[in-house]
Write a protein that binds this ligand. Structure first.
Ligand code: GLU
Ligand code: ZN
Length: 327
């Protein structure tokens, strides 16, 4: 098992969880830099888990490129998918299946045959984020997956019966997050098929089994955390701490993406931008450096303090152009 790894024995265990669905860009590199600084500032360990369940979006070579980009930036980790295949989610399907079976035996999940369109048609009011609320249409409807499939001709997904409870937590950075996900999420998908766990199930099982003590990730996942806490409770695992960091967004307020220019780390690197320039720029968007300082993650470590991190999402326009000295 991964946590048998002798390199992971510190009190603090953090993680990088890249999805090999696209290239590492300035946005996710910034989150990884913060996760690294946080862990190393308390002499903690970091593991790197490859979240490659999102077929068919997974791209060949994206994983190797991500490891390479992270190393180029000066980020390191103590155990991970590059050298130990048990940190690759697609190799862990049997483990997720065990928890899926447990949920099914305990009657905590049920088959759902609704299409996206069905759920869209059932919307009555806007909900937080861009989420659609699932109105629990299939709760109690079918006795088995076979029955669901026979009735509709569709292979069902599996939804978790979300208790009508508060799943609040105190985020290490964002503070108290009070929330009753049943009010806006409805029962959510834990598996798209018996052997296809969703992100929510896989991430909870992995963070728990791998001994992660604190999850550092982008604040676009704040709302997911409440649902994940419901799974921790159902599985009897104690949850890690959560530290959500503000994302970098374009001037349109949307998270950094292709429309904001090519911000891939590999492109900047190919065009001759130094790693220290990129790291310095990332640190500046967090409030940890001046713009255009050249820094390595190690240089930054003594300056790191959570209290210095800017609370607001950093707004940037075509950052690649700036880093390349074009604008
Ligand atoms: N694999 C997810 C992503 O790349 C991260 C999930 C997480 O940190 O919980 O967005
Ligand atoms: Zn349904």
């Amino acid at each position: 098992m991964p946590n048998a790894c002798s390199k992971i024995n510190s009190a603090y265990v953090g993680r990088f969880a890249p999805a090999p669905t696209g290239a590492l860009h300035l946005g996710n590199a910034r989150t990884f830099l913060l996760a690294w600084l946080r862990a190393r500032s308390v002499s903690g360990s970091i593991l790197l888990r490859l979240e490659d369940l999102d077929h068919p979006k997974v791209k060949r070579d994206a994983a190797a490129q991500a490891y390479d980009d992270l190393r180029w930036l000066g980020l390191d980790w103590d155990a991970g998918a590059d050298s130990d295949s048990s940190y690759i989610q697609s190799n862990r399907l049997e483990i997720y299946r065990r928890y899926f079976n447990e949920f099914r035996e305990r009657g905590l999940i049920y088959p759902c045959t609704c299409t996206r369109q069905d759920i869209q048609n059932a919307q009555s009011a806007p909900h937080p984020g861009e989420e659609m609320k699932y109105p629990n249409t299939c709760r109690g409807k079918y006795q088995s997956a076979e029955e669901a499939e026979a009735a509709t001709g569709r292979a069902p997904a599996w939804r978790f019966l979300l208790p009508d409870e508060d799943f609040s937590f105190t985020d290490v950075f964002c503070g108290v997050q009070s929330n009753k996900p049943a009010e806006w999420s409805g029962d959510f998908v834990v598996a798209k098929g018996e052997n296809l766990p969703s992100y929510q199930l896989a991430v909870v099982v992995d963070d728990a089994l791998m001994g992660v003590t604190e999850v550092v990730r982008g604040d676009d996942l704040l709302l997911s955390t409440h649902r994940q806490l419901a799974l921790y409770a159902a599985l009897g695992f104690s949850p890690p701490d959560f530290l959500h960091v503000p994302l970098v967004v374009g001037s349109d307020g949307k998270r950094l993406a292709k429309r904001h220019g090519d911000t891939r780390i590999s492109t900047l690197r190919e065009r001759g931008v130094e790693a220290a320039t990129v790291v310095g720029w990332l640190a500046a968007t967090c409030g940890l450096a001046e713009f255009y300082e050249k820094l390595t993650p190690l240089n930054l470590l003594p300056r790191f303090a959570l209290s210095k991190i800017l609370l607001a999402r950093a707004v940037v326009d075509d950052p690649a152009k700036k880093l390349l000295g074009i604008a």
